[in-house]
Design a protein around this ligand. Sequence first.
Ligand SMILES: [Zn+2]
Length: 571
Amino acid sequence: MQNTMIPLTVANTLDQTTKQRIEAKPNQTLKQAVQAQNLAPQGAFDVYDQLGKVISGNNVANHRDATVYVGVAKVAGGALRGGFDLDDDDDGWDLDDPAPLVKPREVTFILQNGERHAAQPNPNELLIQTYERVVGRPRDGSPMEIYDNGGAVVSSRSAPDMVGRSFRVGLRQFPGGGSRSKIGKRGAFFSSGRQTVQPFPAKVPKEIIDQTTAFTQPRGRLEMGGLLIGHVDHEGNNVVVCGFFPRQDEASSGYCEFSGSFNAIASAACDFANERAGGPHTPSLRIIGWIHTHPDIGIFLSGIDINTFGILRRASFEQRSVAVVVDPLREQHGVYISEKKATNHDAGLAEAKVELSEDLEARYHKFLNRMRALQNKMGKEELPFILPGVLYQQRRAMGDVDDVMEAKLQALDKLHRQSVKDAETIRNLEQRIKAMEVSQISAKSSLEKLNTKLEKEVRSLQTKLGLEAKKVRTLEQRNEIFRDKFLAQDKKLAEFEEKVRALLPRLVPIFVKPSDESATSNSSNRNLGEKSSSPEISNDVDPPSREVSPPQPTSSNESDDVQTIDEKIEK
Ligand SMILES: [Zn+2]
């Protein structure tokens, strides 16, 4: 039969209390079927199977009678990026033999005081009939109404069709009812126009912070995000008990993001635990919050964090979601119960003492066992860290893998390796300092040597210069002496010349007479011979034009004088 509708159950990944049985046309994809039923969240979303595999594009015919999970595409936290980035990455994974999820058989009624009653519907029973059979009518006879999560009245709906879901029971406020159903027009969950309700108080135990710190410290400055699993206690608190960190699609200092498929995995694991352990009064496990790290940047919720937190909170049943931020490097943390408080930096502390009943403990162990089995199957890369939270000691005693101790050992190992490296660096630095000291000393001594040499050279140059100056002075002196002598000689010569000139007039007639008479000349020659000294003098004086004659040292006394000066210079 080609036109037969395909029945399947659609569950909200964040709100496991809400499941919707739908019938889809055979040629639709799961995504189209979810959109056609108004069960899609705002923005980008995906449809997942119970193992977190994205099946948005699969044909509904392949998922007849199955439960599929609808949720956001990814969970992002970041201090740096401006906007919230959603896209339709299909990055699920295949498991060859997914364990079949046991179909739920009960509906849960949540009373206004927070009391929960699980009931197994009889065939053909209406929800209000199931409720009255199991819980009873109010004593004052006031009319009650059953509401679904979106506020729609579902009292007259067939109870067997509603198994696996939970409903709130309250007084019928308007006669005839139905008017509130408009609130839920868009669908049972993800109602876009829903107003933010008053935040519920949160109880976060210290163990969650300690284990997150131990696990994420070795990652240094890479942020990391994960999910917190918990329940609602009888006082209406959001109680965090455990959690896990999945593979990060993106991690940097300032941004972290993991796939929304882990929401589906977590809700399926919660379903698994809720169905297999605990009793009808045991609170159901659910995703109760979101945890991420801010390594060395302190505690606050960035714009993108507040956006993510808002989406998670509005998509959660009763808007119950808590955001925890851990700075593993500064060892600080903060607990935020609403976006408003986050905007005001109004963080609380994780200091709650969480005590669990035996039933509830058994439920959490089932959940943790399931997560461990998934981790073994998918590998530690997909599911790097399971936070056992308050059950840490018990899990250890039970022989469960101790992720916390492993993380601590890893941190120690990293520290050890770092300290070995540091020691080597210190040794290298010391050696370099020593080498520099040695070269400094040798440079200093060579500088000193050079200095001494220079000084020596300067001194010898100075001495040489002094000697040269002395020589110059001596030569100058010698020069002066010579000049004086020349002057004295000149003077003598002048005197001599004068004497000669004085003698000349007497000699003239002797020179004139021989040209007149030869007889007289003979006589005069005789006269000349008589005066033997005078011809010598006339020869010396002739020619008379010579005024300054070159110095001709004639006396032996003069040459002696020069010799002594030369000797002085030599000395
Ligand atoms: Zn952040």
